[in-house]
Design a protein around this ligand. Structure first.
Ligand code: B3K
Ligand code: ZN
Length: 884
């Protein structure tokens, strides 16, 4: 049970606790150039009520056992079976505790999977979530086994002056032969996935933080040599995160040190190991010369997210991996709230919802669909998804909406108090809100088990004689490939009735069966309900699903004139944005259908004018205006169309609509664009970033209107910051791929930033996403570029991942060559790093939405791929599910 093996399915319903209880882990890790020797002492005891005489079964993954002793005496080989995948020991004592000493030998320098202990750029580091610790030693590698750890690391002092593990530093000293050691003690019981070890020659940025109870915590960020100064913003973000968690949730940091290490080869963004976060260097290092505004925001978010895990994930962890959203959804919710408080709440919400609809909706509506709490998996690494993280965060947000701000804090307080030190479940979490507030979350809990995006329909009817507005709300959840049920959900629908003056009206409401209404939320519980608002003197504009209060696909029958009025008047900035965005989305869909039939693309002037007016509205913050002017992407349009998608028609239509808006707005856009030129020295603050965001979207319009690369070429030359420079280069490359100005700028950029991997990743990506007929040729060429390295996850994502997920036209070529190329690369990558291969393969998930020619090409490529021998469990699982 709970032990996935190759093709085996692990099921939530099979959960049961281990037969043995683990108390302490004592490790000695000796690092050498060619190998690492790991000695692990486990103190275990049979659990009361466990199966009498049961064997101890420990997990392993590609391990070699060197020696094994029980209470100090070598164990007879007849008493155990050791394979690379596990260690089974028979005849262990029924009573009292015993100690196993397990010695394993590893070769971190050959570990290209980047799970377990590996070397990146000469630095030894670990990644253990979800099942990487079993690549270091035989262990009950599951999150409900909590123990305290003491870790001694030994290495050559010149090669690895820095030796780190979880917890607080205990001892360190010199050894013979130029070697040295350090011992770390972690007093907080933790699961093995939170274990970390780092050793190398690193620079350090040091600082400290005084917690609300007055404890001094040393803060250290380690980087590669000569780059510690690039961690200044990350350090600042860390301290702001620490303050925020104290203020907002009463959570204080608990060890004497908190360290972050930036690593250049890393499978994901970062990892929240107790007291020792290991980060992809992309989310630590920032240099004003080379980082974009997006990079700054990304660092701030990821630093906060990993720090917040100290309470939501580490102090309270997950009972099993099915509960992953318990820590991830909740922690994403927390980091979103942090960013909302630090920057602009409305802009943050718009960005989060755009991310959710772009990434989670297609997942939830396609073959890789799964509930926020899955009930089975073959490979847990494939479940670190937008559904677990982002829809998981939406569920937490809905709880906050249902129980209210005070109730939410009370529930969270109870959760921390009741479950500190536990490996908890979703049921435990929900019970805290029920117990703290008296709310009934029974129906709400279905959100965790039913996959799919519910459709919420809202119809309105106004009776002028009676002054009554009737809203009919209905929900529908289709049975999808996950087959997890379609029962009605509890959907909190935040709303407002907007009067002609833009103010909300506060009417009296009557509600039918299937729902209830509070001041600004309709709680839809049945398949359908009606709400009647009485005593209205005028027909109000209905602002529904404010702030996107539930992750649903909204369908309204609202008149265009009402939506245009909301785009102008709604006091809820999120809904103001959405009114416009929905209108533009419909224009783009209609334009695509026209383009496909070879027809002329028409633009509704009222919608174009509303868009332009919002972009120019000085009462709104620039970042919000930038969001309003950023049209739905080609992938968004494909999702809205849903079937029979022709990406070439989408591309043509979107370009035509942008050009039409640009021509209409040009006279006003030019002075606005010029007024946004920042003469002050670069500053990454949110307001300055917002002005640059607005300027970037205007530049795209101006290039479209003029059909000339000049403005972009000029901005590329004149820019004093990476945001403007990269915007200019990207637009040159995407709009004028054949122009000499583009070729020159691409070459210049490469020359200037050749030594900086993070910037060169951008250079690869912007070319990989250029929507042209020759994109595939370009990407093939770049895959042969000397700077391309498939084994580096950032680089593989920058080229292959960006092409597959971010180039609608190129990847989905009608001749299927884009699919074939990506499949070929994925196969090669699978031999090095299955997790990254599987992740990139998810780009195929929407293949059924395309028109028949592409659909058949994609299906054939997937069908061929699944037949290949030696596919990893990770990749096979994704391809198999994509075909279901
Ligand atoms: N918890 C890690 C993700 C681990 C992914 C393992 N494949 C980072 C995060 O969500 O904070
Ligand atoms: Zn996380």
């Amino acid at each position: 049970m709970l032990r996935p093996n190759q093709d085996q399915v692990t099921r939530l319903s099979d959960y049961r606790p281990t037969d043995f209880r683990l108390a302490t882990v004592d490790m000695r890790v000796q690092l050498f150039a060619e190998q690492a020797d790991v000695l692990t002492l486990l103190t275990l005891e049979r659990r009361d009520g466990s199966v009498a005489g049961a064997d101890l079964v420990l997990d392993g993954d590609e391990l070699t056992l060197v020696s094994l002793t029980l209470d100090g005496a070598p164990l007879d080989t007849a008493r155990y079976d050791a394979t690379p995948q596990g260690l089974t020991i028979r005849g262990l004592p029924d009573k009292g505790s015993f100690t196993l000493a397990i010695e394993t030998r590893l070769q971190p320098q050959l570990n290209t999977k980047l799970m377990g202990l590996y070397r990146s750029n000469g630095v030894w580091c670990t990644q253990c979530e979800a099942e990487g610790f079993r690549r270091i030693t035989y262990f009950p590698d599951r999150p409900d086994v909590l123990a305290t750890y003491r870790v001694r690391i030994e290495a050559d002092k010149a090669e690895a002056p820095v030796l780190l593990s979880n917890g607080n530093p205990a001892e360190h000293g010199l050894m013979e032969g130029g070697r040295h050691f350090a011992v770390w003690d972690d007093p907080f019981p933790k699961p093995s996935y939170l274990f970390a070890l780092v050793a190398g020659d690193l620079d350090r940025l040091g600082d400290h933080f005084t917690t609300m109870s007055g404890r001094r915590v040393a803060l250290d960020i380690y980087t590669e040599k000569g780059r510690a100064h690039e961690a200044l913003y990350a350090m600042d973000a860390l301290k702001r995160s620490m303050v925020w968690d104290e203020k907002r949730f009463g959570r204080e940091y608990d060890l004497d040190v908190f360290s972050i290490v930036a690593i250049s080869d890393f499978n994901m963004g970062a990892m929240e190991n107790k007291g020792l976060n290991v980060f992809n260097h992309k989310y630590v290092l920032l240099d004003p010369e080379t980082a974009t505004d997006g990079d700054y925001a990304g660092v701030e978010t990821v630093i906060a997210h990993e720090y917040f895990h100290n309470w939501t994930g580490n102090r309270i962890t997950c009972r099993d991996w099915f509960q992953l959203c318990l820590k991830e959804g909740l922690t994403v919710y927390r980091d979103q709230e942090f960013s909302a408080d630090e920057r602009s709440a409305a802009v943050k919400r718009i960005a989060s919802v755009r991310g959710l609809t772009a990434h989670q909706f297609p997942e939830d509506q396609g073959p890789l669909q799964h509930p926020v709490r899955p009930s089975e998996y073959k490979e847990i690494s494939n479940f670190y998804t937008a559904t677990i993280y982002d829809k998981g965060a939406e569920l937490v947000r809905m709880i906050a909406t249902i129980v209210g701000e005070k109730g939410f804090r009370a529930g969270m307080d109870l959760y921390f108090e009741r479950h500190d030190g536990d490996a908890a479940t979703i049921e435990d979490f929900l019970a805290c809100f029920v117990d703290a507030t008296g709310a009934d979350l029974t129906q709400f809990a279905r959100w965790y088990s039913q996959a799919g995006t519910p459709v919420l329909k809202v119809a309105e009817q106004y009776d002028a004689d009676r002054g009554e507005l009737t809203l009919t709300l209905s929900q529908n959840l289709a049975q999808g490939p996950a087959g997890t049920g379609t029962l009605p959900l509890h959907i909190p629908v935040r709303f407002g009735l907007v009067g002609a003056n833009g103010h909300d009206i506060e009417p009296v409401a009557r509600v039918g069966d299937g729902g209830t209404v509070t001041e600004d939320v309709i709680h839809l519980r049945g398949a359908e309900t009606t709400v009647v608002f009485e005593g209205l003197g005028e027909r109000p504009y209905v602002s529904i699903l404010r702030d996107f209060s539930a992750p649903v696909a909204l369908r309204t029958t609202q008149r265009e004139s009402d939506r245009l009025a909301l785009a102008r008047l709604d006091g809820n900035p999120f809904n103001r944005w959405r009114a416009l965005s929905d209108l533009v989305g419909e224009v783009l869909q209609a334009a695509t259908i026209e383009a496909r039939g070879g027809g002329e693309v028409r633009l509704d002037p009222a919608i174009a004018d509303a868009l332009i007016a919002t972009g120019l509205d000085e009462t709104l913050e620039p970042a919000l205006r930038a969001q309003a002017l950023s049209l739905p992407s080609e992938a968004d349009i494909a999702r809205l169309l849903g079937e029979n998608v022709d990406p070439d028609a989408i591309h043509t239509a979107r370009r035509a609509v942008v050009t039409a808006i640009a021509q209409r707005g040009e006279k006003q856009f030019i002075p606005l664009f010029e007024s946004l030129v920042d003469r002050a020295p670069f500053s990454p603050d949110a307001a300055s970033a917002g002005r640059r965001a607005l300027s970037s979207v205007l530049l795209d319009f101006l290039l479209a209107a003029s059909n000339s690369p000049d403005r972009a070429a000029e901005q590329y030359r004149a820019a004093d910051n990476m945001t403007e420079q990269l915007t200019a280069l990207t637009l040159l490359c995407h709009r004028f791929p054949e122009d000499a100005a583009t070729r020159d700028a691409l070459a210049d950029f490469y020359r200037r930033f050749e030594g900086n991997a993070l910037v060169i990743d951008k250079w690869f990506s912007l070319q990989a996403t250029a929507p042209s007929a020759t994109a595939l040729q370009t990407v093939r060429g770049l895959a042969g570029h000397p700077a391309f390295r498939l084994a580096n996850p950032n680089r593989a994502r920058a080229l292959i991942g960006a092409f597959a997920a971010g180039n609608q036209v190129g990847f989905n070529r009608a001749d299927g060559a884009g699919y074939a190329f990506v499949a070929e690369m994925i196969q090669a990558l699978d031999e090095l790093n299955p997790q990254i291969a599987a992740r990139i393969a998810t780009a195929f998930r929407s293949w059924r939405c395309f028109e028949s020619v592409r659909r058949e090409k994609a299906r054939a490529v997937l069908a061929q791929l699944i037949e290949k021998k030696n596919l990893s469990t990770d990749l096979k699982d994704i391809v198999e599910r994509s075909l279901r």
